[in-house]
Design a protein around this ligand. Structure first.
Ligand code: CTP
Length: 407
């Protein structure tokens, strides 16, 4: 039995990056031998085991063949005869298809090290096409390593294009897709993820609503970058620069979807795009079974981001409606995330990245003013039920009026 470190752990060590989790491949062993050594099987019929102490994944060397659509359609063959090279050739990228023994001797039959130096994301073999999720994985790695100068090899992009056109992406489960999308959005350059998906034709399959933003102009006075797709990428980039959480990044990606629906004769204006975009945001949310907090923020930011920009002009009653829509009295954090998304939207414009965004503090101040209304005195005055609700609202409105006059 020979044991090797494989995949990301080898790649990241060679890149000088911190290694978080280690995957191992075991050559020359049987399931029975693994069980006898105390390894715990991960699934009933998959040759992957967890180490009894470290909990790390140990997989028997295997070959794989695709036997149907989607991820379920796989047959694999694991036996003590399968060689390390045979196991490595079924993997996605050359930089992920290197193995290392306990002396740090590298096995690199597909020239991963050369591609690391050349900063290339290149597929190992035509077997790449056996798992369509790899289209998203490559785009995610491109987003992660763009800062180091990595790009996708032209022949790999071509293969990704063929996969995208083949209809295979539609067979991906929402869960697998979302896992890649959410991880990609949290990378340093999430906009590269979208760019690579677009370059290989996957974006129009996965998120046609985002693809539709490219080629749609906006007024140059507010948007020097003009193109709505370009703007969306800039907003996403700002969200990463400002270390925003996933909820905010997801909302940034989807905030302007409504602009893709504007009839051409109305360009470059986009009247009511906030409202029109809601059904598209909902569709994308549902397609990937997006977690609730991300779904909700995306919808709220879609509907209210221009309110955020016009914060100083909003009437006290509109301000109060805005705060109520966010349920700010119970969920202050979500309102903070809304403010952050608005700020990213304002900065995600060519040449305006460093602008200040006084609306942020103004909105925070408004929330504080409305929250400062104490309920106890109203209870003492005898208000109950719906009347109490009305009285609280009246007092909050009064507080917001005073706030607006002072600001
Ligand atoms: N792998 C693959 N195709 C996939 C998923 C994984 O070929 N669809 C292989 C790659 O060799 C990869 C290894 O399995 O390096 C481990 O996969 P995973 O843990 O998902 O990714 P890492 O490469 O470790 O990268 P990350 O840092 O993103 O976890």
């Amino acid at each position: 039995m020979r044991i090797y470190k494989v995949g990301g752990a080898v790649r990241d060590r060679l890149l000088g990056k911190p290694v978080t989790d280690i995957d191992w491949v075991v050559v020359g062993a049987t399931t029975e031998e693994m069980l006898a050594k105390g390894f715990r099987p991960v699934g009933a019929d998959f040759p992957v085991f967890l180490h009894p102490k470290s909990g790390e994944e140990y997989a028997l060397a295997r070959t794989e063949r695709k036997s149907g659509r989607g991820y379920g359609g796989f047959t694999f063959h694991a036996s003590p005869e399968v060689t390390l090279e045979e196991d490595l050739i079924r993997r996605d990228l050359t930089i992920n298809a290197m193995a290392e023994d306990d002396q740090q001797n590298l096995t690199d039959p597909y020239h991963g090290q050369r591609d690391l130096e050349a900063r290339l994301l290149r597929h190992v073999s035509p077997a790449f096409a056996e798992d369509p999720l790899r289209v998203l994985r490559v785009a995610r790695f491109a987003a992660r390593y763009a800062t180091l100068g990595f790009t996708v090899a032209p022949e790999t992009l071509e293969l990704m294009r063929q996969l995208s056109e083949s209809g295979e992406l539609e067979a991906l489960t929402p869960e697998r897709s979302w896992k890649e999308i959410s991880r990609a959005l949290m990378e340093d350059q999430p906009q590269v993820f979208v760019e690579v998906l677009r370059a290989c034709g996957a974006l129009k399959v996965l998120m046609p609503e985002v693809e539709a933003l490219f080629g749609v102009p906006q007024p140059p006075a507010h948007h020097p970058e003009i193109d709505t797709g370009t703007h969306t990428l800039c907003v996403l980039q700002q969200a990463a620069i400002h270390k925003q959480p996933l909820t905010v990044r997801w909302a940034c990606l989807l905030h302007d979807l409504g602009k893709g629906l504007t009839p051409e004769q109305e360009w470059p204006r986009h009247i009511a795009h906030e409202f029109k975009g809601l059904k598209l945001i909902k569709a994308v949310n549902e397609r990937f079974k997006v977690p609730r907090d991300c779904q909700e923020l995306a919808l709220l930011v879609g509907e209210y981001h221009t309110h955020g920009h016009r914060a100083h002009e909003l009437k006290p009653s509109t301000l109060l409606e805005l705060l109520q829509s966010f349920d700010v009295f119970r969920r202050p954090q979500r309102f903070e995330e809304f403010i952050a998304a608005c700020e990213m939207d304002a900065r995600g414009r060519k040449g305006l990245e460093e602008r200040s965004y006084p609306q942020a503090d103004y909105l925070r101040g408004a929330a504080t003013a409305a929250r400062s209304v104490a309920v106890q005195p109203l209870l003492e005055q005898g208000f109950k039920g719906p009347e109490l609700g009305e009285a609280i609202k009246r007092e909050r409105l009064r507080a917001l009026k005073a706030y607006k006059e002072k600001a």
